[in-house]
Design a protein around this ligand. Structure first.
Ligand code: SF4
Ligand code: SF4
Length: 153
């Protein structure tokens, strides 16, 4: 049994990890490992980067095709997709957010890891609405790019 099956918390070793070069252009990390019949992420991608062997299989992102457009982030009912972009010591994580109040551009928020622990402060850089989900881009230090997956406003 894998660790996340006991804890419900994924770690980087459970995921497809992009190369440094792919992170520099910005790519979607699909934190979806369950075998469930779901595929809006596949349908949402304008460049057909996301694929599945079948409707129950976990999605796979072709990081070479992915252009980091963030269209898949708000569409995922499991809130399991994050776009990560890194440039030098800075990183930008785009994440789905469904709590209120909605953060505003320029706000300072707490950045949380996958366990919900506060790791650092983050600056809100972009806020867009995708259906009922807000899609928020935050700026953090690049060494936390693959760890920060939520915010506390
Ligand atoms: S970020 Fe855009 S290009 Fe990349 S997988 Fe998502 S929808 Fe496709
Ligand atoms: S939409 Fe979300 S939950 Fe559904 S398969 Fe894609 S990543 Fe997984």
């Amino acid at each position: 049994m894998r660790q996340y099956e006991k804890t419900g918390i994924l770690s980087a070793k459970d995921l497809q990890i992009p190369s440094e070069k792919q992170l520099e252009k910005g790519v979607a990390i699909l934190e979806c490992v369950q075998e469930i019949p779901c595929n809006p992420c596949v349908e949402s991608c304008p460049v057909h980067a996301i694929s599945m062997k079948d409707i129950n299989a976990p999605p796979v992102n072709d990081f070479e095709k992915c252009i980091g457009c963030t269209k898949c982030v708000g569409i995922c009912p499991g809130l399991a997709i994050f776009v990560v972009k890194v440039a030098g010591k800075k990183a930008w994580v785009t994440l789905p957010y469904e709590f209120v109040p909605t953060p505003q551009i320029g706000d300072s928020v707490k950045a949380l890891d996958r366990t919900g622990a506060i790791q650092t402060n983050a600056l809100v850089k972009k806020v867009i609405k995708q259906g009922k989900t807000m899609v928020i881009t935050i700026e953090i230090d690049s060494d936390l790019a693959m760890d920060i997956r939520n915010i506390k406003v």
